[in-house]
Design a binder for this molecule. Structure first.
Ligand code: ADP
Length: 602
């Protein structure tokens, strides 16, 4: 990254942070300057104290000690206060970045969200907000960098002072030229090595990024109580350990390669640093012998010049790290600025009490991103108002995909879907999703209070919530829980109740009913329910769904009987459609599926 680019990033970065924290630069600059400056006060007054003691001027020594203690104490207090304020800002900026990342993940197109590249981008954007190179480290790195530049400035001032004082020494020019040449050679070599190291470090971090997340995932899976049963009963401990070992072996290989090179480089730098320090001592020593500087000044000048080389060293590596972290900021920006495709529509949805919403699939075909096979082929389908539609078919036939397209989680590859004659993409996304209550097969409940899970908000209409629970026959049970419907689900976030798969499914149905949307979609809504509960839900479904339009996907063929129309999916195509009675008379998949299930009930 070029200097100008880095500077642009610095400006952009601080503009972003200053929006919420206008004082951030004040703390970074003032604190950084003090941090760099304080050690020179000690060096300066220590040399004065030594000289005073050598001259047996105890009073003067005492005065210097007092000034040294008072000034370092006062300035250190101010520096620490700046540091603490800067740290608090860094911490809360981390949350601001995290919030933006989470928001983006929510508003971006689902189709994009699912892609591996997006997952990588999110991981990098997240990294941009945490310890491995994000806002927090970026602010504290700037702080250290300001302190390093201050140190370099102070060291240069004292070095120039030394040169001025030594100008009358014999061989002054020769010694000074040698010292400067050694210094320049040392710094050039170090700059080169630090840059190479930073590059290797960036490559190492990138190479390990994917493996690090796999390794973190495997650890969290091993420790997830939800996985405990399967891990124990299928004795998967060794398998998990094996994969952990595989991921970590790769991480360690990359890390070891870096550590070997870094170790060698640091060794070389340390070696040359000692040689440079030796030169400094010789130079300063000769100046003392020539009577140009006092013994106390030896402390000041050797300290200053050796600090010059160490802070120069830190400044180079700090700068390189800053540049490296700005690459993360670039990732964050790229992610935040990526497209929100599904949300382009602006048309409002007409609010209708008569639920007159009619959908039409017109010659819709679809393949998932980055795949070649069509999962849906030439689907023509009309969903009439108040209709109950059942979709049946074998696993993988494309039933759920059809629902995902209807809910605008994906766009059709070909053809279009219309709502009341208008392409669904033209509608405002939020308003559009408001007309659906969906229970997906892989619905998710969260370790939050039950009523908030149902309302999808902390603002709950409790009567409506209990009504929904009553409709799925769960009200009585819930009211027996310690905090009734306010009881937390699961134990992840503290004390909560564990629920069975069937109860979870009932809650998911209650959540869909609470939303009270004009269009109800249930994808295998009763798969986890016992036969009695299932029968009860289906008997009540007509009443549950009321005068809404509904789609049911189910493998329980008997549950389709009450639907107005049944469509049969095979390999992404609609191969049969009709009522239960008409389809039973037709030779085809429906008949086969029905007979296959019916034989167990004879
Ligand atoms: P059904 O609901 O009928 O069981 P789905 O609609 O879930 O079937 O899946 C249809 C096909 O699409 C399956 O072959 C499945 O593997 C594939 N599929 C589902 N989701 C994805 C996805 N996110 N990416 C790629 N392929 C997918």
């Amino acid at each position: 990254m070029k200097l100008k680019e880095t500077w642009d990033y610095v400006r952009k970065f601080y503009r972003m942070i200053r929006k919420d924290h206008p004082t951030v630069l004040f703390y970074v600059i003032l604190g950084g300057i003090l941090k760099g400056f304080i050690p020179y006060i000690s060096l300066y007054y220590s040399s004065k104290i030594l000289d005073a003691l050598l001259a047996s001027d105890v009073e003067l020594a005492k005065m210097h000690i007092m000034i040294l203690l008072a000034s370092t104490f006062l300035l250190s207090c101010i520096e620490r206060a700046c540091y603490q304020s800067m740290s608090v800002i860094a911490e809360s900026s981390y949350y601001a970045v995290w919030k933006q990342t989470a928001h983006k993940a929510y508003v971006m197109e689902y189709e994009e969200f699912e892609k591996t590249e997006t997952m990588d981008k999110i991981r990098r954007a997240k990294n941009g907000s945490n310890g491995s190179g994000g806002v927090e480290s970026q602010i504290s790195s700037s702080y250290i960098l300001v302190s390093n530049y201050t140190s370099i400035f102070c060291s240069l001032v004292f070095t120039i002072q030394l040169l001025i004082q030594s100008r009358n020494s014999s061989n002054f020019i020769i010694y000074t030229i040698i010292l400067l040449l050694v210094f320049i050679a040392f710094m050039t070599m170090e700059n080169y090595m630090q840059k190479r190291l930073a590059k290797i470090e960036v490559t190492m971090q990138r190479d390990n990024e994917h493996m690090n997340s796999l390794s973190a995932y495997i650890i969290s899976s091993a420790l997830d109580v939800q996985n405990g049963k399967d891990i124990r009963l299928y004795r998967m401990k060794d398998l998990i350990n094996y994969w952990y070992y595989v991921f970590n072996k790769k991480i360690n290989q990359v890390f070891k390669k870096y550590a070997d090179t870094a170790g060698t480089y640091y060794g070389i730098i340390a070696f040359f640093m000692q040689i440079f320090t030796a030169f400094v001592y010789i130079y300063v020593g000769l100046s003392v012998l020539d009577g140009n500087i006092s013994i106390g000044d030896v402390l000041l000048y050797t300290g200053s010049i050796t600090r010059l080389s160490t802070t120069f060293n830190e400044a180079i590596s700090g700068y390189n790290q800053l540049v490296y972290r700005f690459e993360y900021l670039g990732n964050f920006e790229e992610f935040i600025n990526s497209k929100n495709m599904h949300y382009e529509g602006t048309l409002p949805i007409e609010k209708r009490d008569d639920y007159q919403y009619e959908f039409e699939f017109k010659n819709v075909s679809f393949k998932y991103p980055n795949t070649d096979n069509y999962v849906l082929k030439n689907i023509d389908l009309k969903l009439k108002v108040n209709q109950r539609l059942a979709i049946v078919g074998q696993n993988g036939a494309g039933k759920t995909t059809l629902i995902k397209l209807l809910c605008r989680l994906y766009e059709p590859s070909e053809g279009e879907i219309l709502l009341n004659g208008i392409n669904i993409e033209k509608y405002d996304y939020k308003e559009y999703t408001d007309i659906f209550s969906v229970v997906f097969q892989d619905f998710k409940l969260f370790p939050l209070p039950l009523d908030e899970n149902i309302a999808g908000s902390s603002d709950v209409d409790e009567d409506k919530c209990l009504e929904g629970l009553d409709k799925v026959s769960l009200k009585e049970k819930v009211l027996s829980w310690p905090e009734k419907q306010h009881t937390r689900l699961y134990k992840d976030l503290g004390d909560g109740v564990n629920i069975s798969g069937g109860e979870a499914q009932k809650i998911a149905i209650a959540r869909a009913l609470y939303k009270d949307a004009p269009f109800v979609i249930m994808d295998e809504p009763t798969a986890a329910l016992d036969p009695l509960a299932e029968a009860e839900i289906y008997e009540n479904l007509n009443q549950l769904v009321n005068d809404k339009t509904a789609i049911f996907i189910s493998h329980r063929m008997s549950s389709c009987k009450f639907c107005d129309e049944i469509i049969v999916f095979e390999n992404g195509e609609i191969t049969q459609r009709g009522t239960h009675e008409s389809l039973l008379e037709e030779e085809g998949l429906y008949q086969q599926l029905w007979n296959a299930q019916a034989q167990y009930y004879v």
